[in-house]
Structures are given as C-alpha cells and as structure tokens.
Design a protein around this ligand. Structure first.
Ligand SMILES: *Cc1c(COP(=O)(O)O)cnc(C)c1O
Length: 219
C-alpha cells in the first residue's frame, strides 16, 4: 500500500463527523506534503524540535496539533503557530500556554489529556485534576486559551473489551464536562484501535502508521 491508498482507506472508514489528525512524527516533509496534496490539513507531531523544523517548510494553512508531552519551557517555540495542544497534563502547562499565546495575541486550543489506560502511563491527568482545571477555566482563570475537549490513550492491547472500557470512561467524563459547557472534541483512537474509539464516541482520531507506514526511530 502507498500513502495515497492508506489515506483513502482510512478516510473511507471514518464517519463524516470524525476529524482525522494525521500523525506525521518521524516522517519527512515530503510525505507530509503528499498527504496535504490529498486534502489533509490537520497534522500531529509529538516533539517541539521536530515540529519547529518542519513547520517553515510546509504550507501555512496546516493546522498543527501537538500530541505528545510538552515541557513548559518549550511552549514559547510553538506558541506563534500551533493550532491545538492535545496533551495538556498540568495546570502549570495551561498557565504557560496562556502566557505565551497572549504574547502573540492569539488563542490556542487545548485538550486535557486524561489517563484512561490500565497500564502505567507517565502522562495525563487524573479525572479529578481535569475537573479542577476545567472548573478554573469556566471561572475565566486563563486568557488566550480555549479548552475544546479531552484526549486519551488506551492500553496497547488487542482486547476489545478492555479498549471499550477505557474509551467509555473518557466518553463519560466528556459528557460530564459537556453538561457544564459544550465541548467540540473527544480525541481518542490511533491506527490500531480507532474503529473501537469511534464506536465509543470519539469524534477525532490520531492516525500515524496506518497512513505513513511504520516509524523508523533509528534515523
Ligand atoms: C504516535 C501517536 C499516535 C499515532 O500512533 P499510530 O499507532 O502510529 O497511529 C497517536 N497519538 C499519540 C499521542 C501518539 O503519540
């Protein structure tokens, strides 16, 4: 399969209302340009340095999403152009993004990353911490940011029942938050588990290897 076939295949599987974030980490700008030329506009990267190298070489109307753990001291390098930060895992990070976005007089969209995997995961908020940040957001504690939804990563497993449980946990939290303020985005599902995530209510999926092929970390 080539990138075009992969991309069309994924697009065919996704219902109309589900947004696709093409995860391009480790892949060259030429591959990103190929997928852009097929009509894709939203791309996800997990490393600030990689993103700041690629960004100037690619079309300006790409909406860049950060999907990996972000250190507060790196926010300044992407604040001028990043569309959405999906991996917000502390209040300190929210405050830093708010400060840096203000310097550029813009609003950055955020998703709160919540721990849902049974396996030990390093990053992500406990539901209680996410509630606390969201309640401060509702009280207008942060300027120049908009919390537009939640993001989660399930356990790396083929066990559909377990995947379903983990995704539904996040869907329930999402519904709870939406009672307080309607939110746009529930980001869950990757190459191997996005069909289950969509069944469980995801309206945004992050797909890398199923589009671009396997990642080569040796380079
Ligand atoms: C790498 C990554 C993805 C994409 O993974 P694939 O299995 O290649 O689709 C999605 N979400 C996050 C947070 C990632 O780091």
């Amino acid at each position: 399969m080539n990138i075009q076939e992969n991309y069309n295949d994924i697009k065919k599987q996704l219902p109309e209302h589900v947004q696709l974030v093409a995860v391009s980490k480790t892949h060259p700008v030429s591959a990103i340009q190929d997928v852009y030329d097929l009509g894709q506009r939203i791309f996800g990267e997990n490393k600030v340095q990689e993103l700041t190298e690629k960004h100037p070489l690619l079309p300006k109307d790409i909406q860049w999403h950060i999907i990996g753990h972000l250190q507060t001291n790196k926010v300044k390098y992407i604040a001028e152009f990043v569309d959405t930060i999906q991996s917000v895992d502390s209040e300190k990070l929210v405050r830093e993004i708010s400060k840096e976005a203000a310097k550029h007089n813009r609003t950055i969209k955020l998703l709160l990353q919540v721990k849902i995997a049974e396996e030990e995961s390093k990053f992500g908020l406990e539901p209680a911490e996410a509630r606390e940040i969201f309640s401060k957001y509702l009280q207008d504690e942060f300027s120049n940011i908009e919390i537009t939804g939640l993001m989660g990563m399930a356990t790396f497993t083929d066990d559909k029942e377990q995947l379903r449980n983990e995704f539904l946990t996040l869907k329930h939290l999402f519904d709870e938050f939406c009672q307080l303020k309607p939110l746009e985005t529930l980001s869950m599902g990757m190459s191997d588990d996005f069909p289950v995530a969509v069944e469980c209510g995801a309206n945004s999926v992050r797909v890398g290897s199923a589009i671009f092929g396997q990642r080569d970390y040796s380079k």
